[in-house]
Design a protein around this ligand. Structure first.
Ligand code: CU
Length: 147
């Protein structure tokens, strides 16, 4: 049992630091089913793990695809025992974020819409979602290359 928990935590840390959402062995099933109603061509998935379970966030840009200099929303769903607190985006290589602060609307069934995002230059952006579970906060991240 302790080995399993360590595995979950390692997966979460790896996903957060490398900005890739490799599903861990235990989180795979949840990840696969999460956000199945979203457009698979543009859907991104990020996973976090806590001692009592994993949480996955699936989301798409609206309108899609990802584009430079255009206002868009993120529509998505949180699967698992976590609450979405905040959505943001930044360019790690340039050490800057967006020039806008998105507003987050939580809906039923874990669904959410974050409005007012704009990626103002081409390059590698990181979509960031802060979730909370069991009194702990964690940023989930996914990389987007925008032209
Ligand atoms: Cu930049």
């Amino acid at each position: 049992m302790p080995a399993l928990l360590l595995g979950l935590v390692a997966t979460a840390l790896c996903g957060a630091s490398s900005a890739s959402a490799g599903p861990g062995a235990s989180g795979a099933a949840r990840t696969e089913g999460c956000g199945a109603e979203l457009d698979a061509a543009h859907r991104l998935v990020a996973t976090a793990a806590w001692q009592e379970g994993a949480a996955t966030v699936a989301f798409v840009p609206d309108p899609a695809p990802w584009a430079v200099g255009r206002h868009f929303s993120l529509r998505g769903v949180v699967c698992g025992p976590a609450r979405l607190l905040r959505v943001d985006a930044d360019m790690p290589a340039h050490r800057h974020g967006m020039n806008y602060r998105p507003t987050l609307q939580l809906q039923e069934g874990g669904r959410f819409t974050a409005q007012g995002l704009l990626l103002h230059m081409p390059g590698r952006w990181r979509i960031r979602l802060e979730v909370e579970a069991q009194g702990r906060r964690q940023w989930l991240e996914q990389t987007v290359d925008v032209k």
